[in-house]
Design a protein around this ligand. Structure first.
Ligand SMILES: Cc1cc2nc3c(=O)[nH]c(=O)nc-3n(C[C@H](O)[C@H](O)[C@H](O)COP(=O)(O)OP(=O)(O)OC[C@H]3O[C@@H](n4cnc5c(N)ncnc54)[C@H](O)[C@@H]3O)c2cc1C
Length: 375
């Protein structure tokens, strides 16, 4: 089995398995269809063992280096068996559960995510708290007996909340005197708990990918706390680096597949493949090299931190350059046709927002990596 931990052997074995197991998606381009297909693919991968590699055994994984997860993501999303968006939630939320949930809870829940039995969401942003996340106001108050919390407030931009069974939720538990960064506590909340209302929001690319989520006297058991009271800020600081790097390993493969499709489309139009495409290739390749370096740092046991803001800036640049170039080289396809290119061009505008905006990433790079002080 340990031979399989060797990345090249693993990739070949997975490719053989994918050739024998037809997971071709049905012709359903709705978000609901994508979510169904993602669950189907995850179930098959889990039963075959593939989605368990790279995750620790105590959380239902089969062990091995985290790089194996990148290979699965690349092979699955690069072939468009699953869409990159839903897939990315695995990499954002599972590491946090493994690091912060009580051991038994992680052992019970993480396999549900890896096997596609459940989808989870991330309840961080609020109407007044996005970049300034520490100002969040959703409040969790301990009840008189002290073994439950009552949660009130609102989250927004919560991706896939309408399909989710659980939510990793940031709340404020400290009082007015508690410094912001010690006043935040995270919970693992069942989305079907009474008092939770989920309202999908439509993006400009016409998909209701994210939601408003309201909490009205929602009762959550203390055993669902992630870490200790006041650990929520540190949890967020540990989760966001995954959202800014490992979560789009598979997206990079997807962008490369779209780059290949762009070259084909340009050639079909009888145009010359010119230096604009060369620039896109360089941006994608730079991103991939950076991503490989991040994978190696993880494999060597480094903790991911502010350096992942570089990965995020490179992703957003490469993605937007790819679709800007598609817009220039395929006249009218984005403006006039109801095409995949149009949907993807519009969605690419979000790349400089989700996971922390481009400006915020540059602030982190300036202050924390280059030591340039406050702006
Ligand atoms: C597709 C998508 C999916 C998302 N999914 C989720 C999710 O699942 N869960 C979740 O919790 N959130 C999610 N978000 C929300 C996302 O994290 C926030 O949109 C992001 O953090 C920015 O916050 P904001 O929208 O409130 O913008 P604001 O913080 O209000 O920023 C507005 C503008 O001001 C700039 N700005 C703010 N502060 C500074 C500063 N200090 N220096 C320089 N410029 C600054 C920003 O760069 C931006 O241009 C998602 C967003 C998108 C687009």
């Amino acid at each position: 089995m340990s031979d399989l931990f060797e990345p090249a052997t693993f990739r070949t074995a997975l490719q053989d398995w994918l050739a024998e197991n037809d997971l071709t998606p049905p012709e359903d381009h709705s978000l609901q269809g994508h979510m169904r297909q993602f669950a189907r693919v995850q179930k098959a991968l889990y039963e075959g063992g593939w989605s368990r590699y790279g995750w620790p055994e105590h959380a239902g994984g089969l062990g091995g280096p985290a790089m194996l997860r990148a290979i699965v993501g690349e092979e699955v999303v690069g072939r468009r068996l699953a869409e990159p968006g839903p897939y990315s939630m695995l990499e954002v939320l599972a590491p946090t559960m493994i690091d912060y949930a009580p051991k038994e809870l992680a052992a019970e829940m993480v396999p549900k995510l890896l096997s596609g039995e459940e989808q989870w969401c991330q309840g961080f942003s609020e109407p007044g708290s996005g970049s300034d996340l520490a100002s969040l106001t959703t409040r969790a108050v301990k009840d008189a007996e002290g073994d439950r919390y009552i949660i009130n407030g609102q989250k927004v931009w919560t991706s896939f909340a309408q399909y989710s069974h659980r939510c990793i939720l940031l709340t404020r538990t400290g009082d007015a005197d508690t410094p912001n960064h010690q006043a935040i506590t995270a919970f693992f909340v069942d989305v079907d708990t009474p008092g939770i209302t989920v309202r999908p929001l439509q993006t400009m690319h016409d998909v209701d990918e994210f939601c408003e989520v309201y909490f009205d006297d929602v009762v959550v058991d203390s055993s669902r706390m992630l870490g200790k009271p006041g650990d929520g800020w540190q949890l967020a600081m540990d989760l966001l680096p995954y959202e800014r790097s490992t979560c789009f390993w598979q997206r990079i493969a997807y962008l490369h597949s779209r780059f290949d499709a762009l070259i084909e489309a340009v050639k079909r139009q009888g145009q010359v493949v010119d230096s604009d495409l060369g620039e896109v290739y360089l941006a994608l390749h730079t991103l991939r090299c950076r991503s490989v370096a991040t994978q190696h740092r993880l494999a060597e046991g480094h903790k991911l931190g502010p350096d992942t803001s570089i990965d995020k800036v490179l992703l957003a640049n490469a993605e937007q350059l790819l679709y800007d170039t598609a817009r220039n080289l395929l006249p009218g396809v984005i403006e006039l046709e109801d095409s995949d290119w149009r949907t993807e061009f519009l969605y690419s505008r979000a790349a400089t927002i989700y996971g922390g905006t481009a400006e915020v990433q540059r602030n982190i790079i300036a202050r924390r990596l280059l030591d340039l002080g406050k702006e």
